[in-house]
Design a protein around this ligand. Structure first.
Ligand code: NAD
Ligand code: ZN
Ligand code: ZN
Length: 344
């Protein structure tokens, strides 16, 4: 499909994105072309555009890994989807399919994995090239914009909750009640957990309460870990950190109950010292969690399709991306911004 599309492009790390024309890609063998309807804006897109992490994307690139749209063209040999299907092009863009990690449904850590909006161009554009074997299949009845935050924020928080191994009736801390966190509160309640939400913004904490959090703690207080330990009678069985700030990680480990699990999801640049004595003496597990596999994706979307989880969305046009990044950086986005391509 020849022609031009509008895209928001990172041309230099740390600079504003450039709104420009880009060639509409042609799907090669085993690829598909998706016409974007909506794309969520994740804090990861901001890390990508700033070049925050050790492995950086090659410039120029198009961010966005919550892109939802309709399949409009198939390359040769594609059978996994058909034209007209609604799909999502997630962070896990593709993987090798045959290494030990792929074989055990841990394709997220495949050495050959490609990442949407990072090593492959993403959804801040009117069209996205995708691998049909790794796209999210959007359930009927779920609007494109409703599905967008689920394919990164939703799946990542859902998987992160599972990785805490907290059981129904037990306590979980959701630290960072932003894009990922506001969905995590809803998943955790739907999974039968008691939820303690932690953030530095009172507005986000008030929203957390509206979403069903049983307890809220402002991390700007004197000793947020002490407040959580008091509220949970000795710490939470599971702690899941999606704050994009380093102090939250040390605090989160101190919020974990003896023999509990602290799952690290947020990715601010830098390193966190581990308090060895308490981690060992309290037999705490500290575990990283990275998006989720394709089965997690189907499950995360099913919660949304059933109405148990609903993203709070603020619509913006693609042209507003730099203002959105600015607000995300200052933690001023209430929950999730979704770029709306309907009018484009
Ligand atoms: P966001 O900006 O919407 O939310 C971050 C929240 O953290 C904000 O509400 C902010 O107020 C809060 N916060 C800041 N300091 C805090 C503190 N000390 N304690 C508690 N909360 C604090 O960002 P998002 O889109 O939800 O992404 C969050 C992080 O998760 C980012 O670093 C992103 O890159 C990362 N992420 C990781 C994965 C993964 O697979 N591991 C996937 C997606 C996003
Ligand atoms: Zn993301
Ligand atoms: Zn692999």
């Amino acid at each position: 499909m020849p022609g031009k599309m509008k895209a928001a492009v990172v041309e230099a790390f740390g600079e504003t994105l450039v709104l420009r024309e880009w060639n509409i890609p042609t799907p090669g063998p085993g690829q598909i072309l998706v016409r974007t309807e909506a794309c969520g804006v994740c804090h990861t897109d901001l890390h990508a555009a700033r070049g925050d992490w050790p492995a950086k994307p090659t410039l120029p690139f198009i961010p966005g890994h919550e892109g939802i749209g309709v399949v409009v063209a198939l390359g040769p040999g594609v059978t996994a989807v058909k034209e007209g299907d609604r799909v999502g092009v997630p962070w896990l863009f593709s993987a090798c399919g045959h290494c030990e990690h792929c074989l055990s449904a841990w394709e997220t850590v495949c050495a050959e994995a490609e990442f949407g909006g990072y090593t492959r161009n993403g959804g801040f554009a009117e069209y996205i090239l995708a691998d049909p074997n790794y796209v999210a299949h959007i359930p009927a009845g779920l609007e494109a914009a409703e599905a967008a935050p689920i394919i990164c924020a939703g799946i990542t928080t859902y998987k992160g909750i599972k990785e805490t191994e907290a059981r129904p009736g037990e306590c979980i801390v959701i630290s960072g009640a932003g894009g990922l966190g506001h969905l995590a509160i809803q998943y955790a309640k739907a999974m039968g957990l008691q939820v303690c939400a932690v953030d530095i913004d009172d507005g986000k904490l008030a929203h957390a309460t509206r979403l069903g959090a049983d307890v809220v703690v402002n991390a700007k207080g004197d000793d947020p870990a002490q407040a959580v330990r008091k509220a949970t009678g000795g710490g939470a069985h599971g702690v899941r950190i999606t704050a994009a700030s380093l102090p939250a990680f040390k605090q989160g480990i101190a919020m974990t109950r003896k023999r509990g699990t602290c799952v690290l999801v947020g990715l601010p640049p830098g390193e966190v010292p581990l308090p060895l004595f308490s981690v060992m003496a309290d037999c705490i597990t500290v575990r990283g969690s990275f998006v989720g596999n394709r089965q997690d994706m189907a499950e995360a979307l099913a919660f949304a399709a059933r109405g148990q989880v609903k993203a709070d969305i603020e619509f913006q046009p693609l042209s507003a991306i730099n203002a959105v990044f600015d607000r995300l950086q200052k933690a001023e986005v209430p929950s999730r911004v979704v770029l709306d391509f309907a009018g484009s």
